[in-house]
Design a protein around this ligand. Sequence first.
Ligand code: SAM
Length: 390
Amino acid sequence: MKPCSRFVLILIVACATPPDFALGQPKEVPAGVEYERSLPSRYEHVIADMLKFCEPAKGFWVDLGAGKGQVAIPMIETTGNPMTMVDPDAEAMSDGLKTAREKGLQDRLSAVVATAEALPFPDNSVDLLVSRGSIFFWQDPAKGLREVYRVLRPGCRAFIGGGAGSGYPQDATAALIEGRKKRLEGDQGEFWREFVERRRPEQMQKWGEDAGLPKFEVLGRGALSADDERVGQGVWILFEKQPEIITRKAEDNVTAKRNGDTLVYAVRSASGIGSATLTPWNGWSQKVVLRLYLRGLESLTVSNGHVELHGSVASHSGYPRRLSVKQGDRESAVEQDTAYWAKIAAYDAQGNLVEGLPSDGGYFEVDLPAALFELPPKSLTVHWIDFYRQ
Ligand SMILES: C[S@@+](CC[C@H](N)C(=O)[O-])C[C@H]1O[C@@H](n2cnc3c(N)ncnc32)[C@H](O)[C@@H]1O
């Protein structure tokens, strides 16, 4: 195959925006931009922040509003992971693809013509989404952020905004901010005031709230400040897709928390009887633990759609645990040290291991067997019954 035929430029014409997509961008290069181009490059520092805040797993990585691949290309050079650029400007991305070919990176860079507001990717498919210098031009930033949240895989993060990066040299940062302040007074002052306005942390906060993001953080103090040492000059929004958890009863509460490479689902159930569907957090590769804040466990069922694991803890002396596994119509007891064996432990409210049943505020912990995740299920269904209520 010839190298250039390996370029992937997917033209999704239906998703391209009308010519006024670059809201707030004047037709000519505004004065002041050339001056900023004379300063040291910011991209390596921005990429370092992106990787630090997102801790991405290898996979499907997107640079949104990628332009000529100014972020995407050095990101590939730094990490080796392929990147997909998304931008309504096909011409800019073609330049990026050309640069990638010149650098011998043609196998790792692809481009999709689309906007943030209509991302042509399935739900829960993106392992990292970064975007620099683009959200300020989106027609509907809140809609764009909602789209980003939709396509992120649970447990994966987005880092979107603009700035020079926390490692950008201090003298260059000072020169950048000084230049920006000056241009507010010049001929194109009105344009630059809008530029500064759109890069305020309060504006970013509002876009995040309007998007309905369940949890996010705004970093940086805006275009004219480097007071936030986490990111230096600029403003960014950082968020992580939460795993979807559906409980059958509204009053039941199930949360997910990642602790190192262990994923803990914590179940709190008002009546002691309930069920929930759990989706994975960045895959099922970690150890998965169910923590059930119950007093007794007459029955626990965990199903991956093919196999049902049944467990119970008797409420009489010795508190024996029973485990069985059901595949189709066949049910068999699970012995210790076999594939479906799951440890069921009881703890008090302080997290100390106890004999028998959990005391008030305590919980059961079930280490789910790796065999349940061999063919990675899309979700797990969990049913629990605790008759031991006071
Ligand atoms: C200033 S450039 C940033 C390019 C590059 N990311 C960088 O950091 O140098 C802004 C980019 O956002 C793109 N853009 C404008 N509206 C957009 C939208 N609604 N969705 C995605 N990208 C958009 C523009 O086409 C442009 O390439």
